[in-house]
Design a protein around this ligand. Sequence first.
Ligand code: LRH
Length: 498
Amino acid sequence: MNKVWAFDLGASNGRLMVSGFDGNRLFLEEVHRFPNHPVHVTGHYYWDILRTFQEMKAGIGKSIKKGHKSIESLSIDTWGVDFGLLSETGELLGNPYSYRDPHTKESLMELLSVIQKEVLYTRTGVEPAAINTICQLYAIKNNNSSLLERAKTLLLTPNLLSYFFSGVRANEYTISTTTSLFNIQERNWDSDLMERLNLRRDMMADIVMPGTILGPTLYTIQNEFSIGPVKVIAGAGHDTACALAALPIQTENSAFMSCGTWILMGVQVKKPVITEQALEWGFTNEGTADGEYRLLKNIMGMWLIQQCKSAWSKEGRIFTYEEEAQLIRDTASFTSLIDPDDSAFFNPNHMPEQIRNYCIRTGQEAPETPGEFLRCILVSLSLKYRWVLEKLEQLAGKSIETIHMGGGGIQNELFCQFTANATNRTVIAGPVEASAIGNSLTQWIALGKMKDLKEGREIVKNSFPVKVYEPQNQLEWQEAYGHFIKLLTNYNVEETLS
Ligand code: LRH
């Protein structure tokens, strides 16, 4: 059976999956998993991208050791917006900044004083936010301009890594649409926008569509592993685009949720939705693996839980997933609620303390025990999805009957059930490894082994199980939603990410 390597990198861990396809069914095997966190040093957050590359190569080594033969190609998907800079001679210039670096703190305001928010949104379809590539570049220009002067090429994270494998410099469509430098009408880098901000358009490597075969692996890679050439494919480079590609969505009346460090909730649309309302509610239009658009909202997802657990583990309190679930079950229902997207939660030193402060500030009982924190987070996230779902229905002009959830977050069954309860919609959860599977689909299509994504989704449906959650306890969830809306109204819902 032919196989491909799908590297799926998130902002908390990365993995190499081997995907096999026998013409009818897809098979997936995890070969290597590694932590992937930004490094905090001298007040900045950087990606240790060479370490990441080293881990990716360790994955290749393991795969070969396991006897995986006939690997046809590889592709890489990652989180959005971050990038690396290359010199004239093709060397990496420093460690890429993480989107959580505080250097962009002022840059959104500064940028919006040059380009009006509405103009930026109309041109790019992306919610103006400090994490976006455009703000990061603007911050570097203002604070570290010599770095930009030396830069010859900007490559977005998946494309930087595929450059390390192939030596080819190209940016891929889905990841390029996350930058807020991509003109959504012209479907290319926005030269005028860049000129107005004094950013160099010539740095932006050309955009290629998902499924472009960049070339064979470099000889150095082949020699290192004593293997022949493997095709390096720019499949869908953005993890969210990959996740959407793999979800077994059957009807137009479905929303998707990609559940990882961030939770992205949206619908696929043929044309971007760029309206005053969409801007006001903080919705973004990004590219899909089949060249259309995902109208979605970024929601601060598992990050809140990851950060609480990291604070607790420093105090020696470590919980298994089963223990976490039990703690949540043993805790009273709707005692305190937060807006998960409040800017206080973006990158605090101590997440539990921020959550407590938020509750006190908003006149609620503050959580004390891990169970209370976890329940507060999960319930609040689920209620936020209901809010997003209602707005999505209005913006897309259709009703949403089912929600397809994919990604690591769905391993938490309570989380899926809460989402069904809060939204009063059927939730179809699976596959967990949606991004890696979507990544492999774009490779199988590029290799001519599958016709298109429609066929790919059908194959996913027949290859991986899903779990269905029906809404429960509507009375109490309706009431909780009422409280949540009051909270958002009183404490400014769109004070997000900026
Ligand atoms: C999710 C994601 C999201 C972003 C963020 C930085 O992984 O790609 O779409 O905006 O990471």
